[in-house]
Structure formats: structure tokens, C-alpha cells
Design a protein around this ligand. Structure first.
Ligand code: TXA
Ligand code: MG
Length: 339
């Protein structure tokens, strides 16, 4: 099988792609669709067999639950056994958008979606194509990122095609993802929000919305026995094939010195810089991503995919600032560098 890649850049093409995607999803098939964060590998969330296919295609461990995507607050509530007050607040503030709320699971959501757990992650995405498809289907869509398990998430239709193009019938091209890293995942089943996966909706924004003290909302990094609390917290995740290091440097000389002491040959290093830009001479390549968290997140995965395509052995990323608006980016870089 080789996936059809359908464009959406005119209203007619958009409508046609919606029709094709909805036909396949109603038939229990798995298709890749654009969202504003990263591309998703979608299936009918109410159809356990269809969701089983997602796990098979990704090589995803059955212990890792999948996010359910909806197109309205009422559809979100239908996925939940009860709707916590915190979910109301955060949903009102940030939906549609890059936020996933973990709530008590409705019995109508098959157990495979939640990896057997009693909660389900629900997200109302912002991307117009994803919204149109969910509305036309009339059922929620289970969709993890459209990459092989533990590999880099796709932010273009081409990224999906190169990892999964021979396994699915359809990839809808909705353009480059506007956010660029995966949603912030927040558990709202308790009395205070717990951030399970940082993202571009920052902990500061979440705390301000919930008007609660930060002590309550520290990221959950506890290791819990049994079903994984949030398997996205596994150390090794979101990785390019190249080895990745995050380093700080002042200038080219200090970068060269840092590489030397880490035993990394500069000419094998693909450097991603945002503030202190070295000249290209000593390195395999030097690329610049803007020093702005939104722009950096939007460009990061595309740069890492490019590194992999170039066969780079090392990716050296200039360390991001240590502030809440960069926390989602710092988290992904940290995971990508875990070995
Ligand atoms: O932006 C996103 O969230 C993208 C797009 C496609 O929506 N999706 C995505 O899905 O990143 P995935 O499967 O690659 O990552 C979902 C993360 C995983 O870390 C998973 O463990 C966690 O969310 N998760 C899902 N349901 C959960 C639940 N009920 N409890 C705790 N963690 C959950
Ligand atoms: Mg993923």
C-alpha cells in the first residue's frame, strides 16, 4: 500500500479530502490527518478494532493510552464519566487548542484507548481540517502522533509519508503544523491540575487560569507501578535518529571547546542555534531557529527531521532559556537526548 496524499489548499480540495477521510474512518480505517500541534494517526475512537490498528501501525506498546479528539465541548463531555470543574475552566480558556485534558473515562470509550486505565485524554484541536472531519464523522477520533513509536513526531505530510506511507491508505496534507510540538497534557481528575506533559500552553498559563498555587501543579515525575501514569513521560521519546546534545555556548570558540571535551567531531555536528550563531566553517551545518518559543517550537521538529535526512551523526542544539514558556521545548530536547 502507498498512501494517497491529498492537498487541502482550496475549498474544493479541502471538501474532497474531508469526504475521502470520513469515508475511510467510517469504514474503520486508520488515516493521517493534520492538527495544529503535529500530524495525528486517526481512527474512530469508539471502534476498538480500528484503534487496535493504530497500535499495530505505530508499534506502540498497549500500555500507552491514546488521546481522543473532539469537535465540541459536548462531544468532550460524552467521552467522560464526569466533567471536573478544572476541565471546564481549562477547556473554556484554551480550547480549541494544544491542550489535552485527562478526565474520568466514559464506559463508551473502549478500554484499549485508555490502555485499560480509568481516565481518558481529550483534546479539541484547533486545526480546521481536523475539526471538519470530526464534525462530519459525528464520532471522536483517537489519534496519537503519526510516527513510529519513540520516533520524532511529524509536522508535515512528507514526514508522515516517510515513516508510515506504506502502511496507511491516506495522508491529508494540511500544511506545516502551526504549533509544532505535541499538546500540553493536564490531569484534571484531582483537586489541582497536574501537568503530565509540558507543551506550548505553559504551566504559568494553566496556574493562572485555575487560580491555584504552583506547589500543586508541579509536573508529575513520580514513577508509578502498574499502568503507566503518562507513558509520554518515559525518558527516551521524541527522538531523531542522530544523537542529540543540548549545550550552552557564548561564541564559536566555546562551542568548539565544548564539543571537543564531549568527544564530538565538529564536522559531524549539525548545529541548531537561536542566539549565538557560529560560522559554518567548522561544522557539518549550522541552522538558525528564531529565539522565540512559538517560532522555535514551530521549526524544531522540521529541523530535526532535516538532520536525519542529511544522515547527521550528531545534532547539537543551543540550550533554550530556563523559563516556563520554553518548558515544552526543553522537555522534548531532554527526551530526545536520553539514551
Ligand atoms: O498534540 C498532541 O497531543 C498530538 C496530536 C495528534 O493531537 N497527539 C499526541 O499523541 O501527541 P501521543 O499518543 O503521541 O501522545 C499522547 C500522550 C502520551 O504521552 C500518553 O501517554 C498521554 O498523552 N496520555 C494519553 N491519554 C492519557 C491518560 N488517560 N492518562 C495519562 N496520560 C495520557
Ligand atoms: Mg507521540
Amino acid at each position: 500500500m502507498s498512501a494517497d496524499i491529498l492537498p487541502t489548499y482550496t475549498p474544493k480540495l479541502f471538501e474532497h479530502a474531508v469526504e475521502v477521510a470520513v469515508g475511510l474512518l467510517k469504514a474503520g480505517r486508520v488515516v493521517a490527518l493534520p492538527t495544529e500541534t503535529v500530524y495525528g494517526l486517526a481512527a474512530n475512537a469508539l471502534d476498538a478494532d480500528a484503534v487496535t490498528r493504530i497500535f499495530a501501525i505505530k508499534g506502540r506498546p498497549p500500555s500507552n493510552p491514546i488521546i481522543v479528539h473532539v469537535s465540541s465541548p459536548s462531544m468532550a463531555r460524552d467521552c467522560a464519566a464526569s466533567w471536573p470543574r478544572l476541565a471546564d475552566r481549562l477547556g473554556d480558556a484554551f480550547w480549541p487548542g494544544p491542550l489535552t485534558l485527562v478526565v474520568p473515562k466514559s464506559p463508551g470509550i473502549p478500554d484499549i484507548v485508555s490502555a485499560g486505565g480509568s481516565t481518558v485524554g481529550v483534546r479539541w484541536p484547533q486545526h480546521p481540517f481536523m475539526q471538519a472531519v470530526i464534525r462530519a464523522c459525528g464520532f471522536p477520533l483517537a489519534a496519537p502522533s503519526a510516527n513510529l513509536s519513540n520516533r520524532l513526531s511529524p509536522t508535515t505530510a512528507q514526514h508522515v509519508a516517510s515513516q508510515l506511507g506504506d502502511q496507511i491508505p491516506l495522508i491529508v496534507d494540511g500544511g506545516d503544523c502551526n504549533v509544532g510540538i505535541e499538546s500540553t497534557v493536564v490531569d484534571v481528575t484531582g483537586s489541582s491540575p497536574r501537568i503530565l506533559r509540558p507543551g506550548m500552553i505553559s504551566s504559568d498559563a494553566i496556574l493562572a487560569t485555575c487560580s491555584c498555587g504552583d506547589a500543586d501543579a508541579v509536573r508529575d515525575s513520580s514513577s508509578v507501578a502498574g499502568p503507566l501514569r503518562s507513558p509520554g513521560l518515559l525518558e527516551k521519546h521524541y527522538s531523531p535518529r542522530a544523537k542529540l546534545r543540548t549545550l550552552k555556548w557564548r561564541d564559536e570558540a566555546s562551542l568548539l571547546a565544548a564539543l571537543q571535551s564531549a568527544g564530538i567531531p565538529p564536522h559531524r555536528a549539525f548545529v541548531l542555534a537561536h542566539s549565538h550563531i557560529p560560522l559554518g566553517d567548522h561544522f557539518q551545518q549550522v541552522n538558525v531557529i528564531p529565539h522565540d518559543p512559538e517560532a522555535f517550537a514551530r521549526g524544531l521538529y522540521a529541523e530535526l527531521h532535516r538532520c536525519d535526512e542529511s544522515g547527521a551523526e550528531w545534532v547539537i542544539v543551543e540550550a533554550p532559556p530556563d523559563s516556563s514558556d520554553w518548558a515544552g521545548i526543553a522537555d522534548r530536547l531532554h527526551r530526545a537526548s536520553a539514551s
